[in-house]
Design a binder for this molecule. Sequence first.
Ligand code: ATP
Ligand code: MG
Length: 396
Amino acid sequence: MRLRPVLVVHYHEISLKRGNRPLFLRHLRRNVERALAETGPVTITQLSGRILVELDDHPAPELARDRVAHVFGVASVTLAYRTPSTLPAMKALLARLLDGRSFASFRITARRAFKTYPMTSVELNRALGAFVLERVPTRVDLEHAEQEIHVEVMPAETYIALDRTDGPGGLPVGASGTVAALLSGGIDSPVAAWRMMKRGCRVVFVHFHSVPYLPATSQAKARALVERLTAWQYVSRLHLVPFGEIQREVVLSVPPPLRVVVYRRLMLRIGEELARRAGALALTTGESLGQVASQTLENIACIDDAAALPVLRPLIGMDKLEITAEAQAIGTFEISIEPDADCCTLFTPRHPATRATVDEIRGAERALDITRLIAMGADGATLETFAFPAARAAVS
Ligand code: ATP
Ligand code: MG
């Protein structure tokens, strides 16, 4: 008997405003396709309220399921198997699926999508339940079953599934447009980028480094982080901006306590220039209120003053423990904690101002040729592209 696996992909329809639904579904379907690219042949159909992925000739249905379980917008994915809707056929499939499995308790949850089927759901539960009891040393537990067996009877065929995997929820990447994420090698900014992806944004990454003043480790970390995050958006671009020379110019004219805020304002402006070129409508950073000296309300106000595009800070209300837990869950933490010399440690005073004012900062910046510095950063940046699951490809 040949197994006929199929993925049943559910999304949270309830959160969808009517007008957004076609856009949401278009992106969701495309992202499911991308997530499954190169895993094997699939046939994707859109039904009402769910997406069906047929895996008849697919070599690794579990891998396909795990991939789809990482697509933003997916609420849950069930790996089911198709069978004709006769009791003997259902039993034969069940026998095959139960082979080698053991569980202390189970329940059958049968549903009939068409009510003219000759057996009721209760009768199906009983008949199939008795069949399971004949083959597996287990018991029925309707309340807390260790193993739930889903049976869905449709006019043409029946689906039987032994598991359901939660998806990440959120909105499909691409449905909300593009943002440029300022990505350091730290713990916070990768989580911020991931959160924006979860809200349906395609993220373009911008990393500032101080080569040759500092070693290239921060770039290596940025690459590793982008590679990890690309699993959620399938294709990524990373701009690597040489920042050391720019910092050197700042040091020549800006008093030490104001330098950190001036660096951040320059990062924002350069990020904004790259964002415009990439068609991004906003910037995003990993700042969280009060976490470090540069992240007081006063300094955030000073930093924002330099940007024309909105600066989105998805972590603003989170504390370090929450951010760290999320970094661990998405697999960026282990990369972020690798030792490295971030550009912010270069030419940085020991006591940065925690309450800079916009006037003070604008005054200090008067000594700088801001336009030239922005061009220096944006034009000096190199671009790399990343694809999931394939390896990185350098572009220029
Ligand atoms: P992170 O953990 O993301 O490094 P942080 O707690 O170290 O953040 P800051 O050093 O104040 O905080 O940086 C604030 C934000 O500025 C970062 O979250 C990131 O978005 C951006 N940023 C800082 N350094 C860089 C860099 N070298 N390249 C790109 N963006 C940066
Ligand atoms: Mg940092």
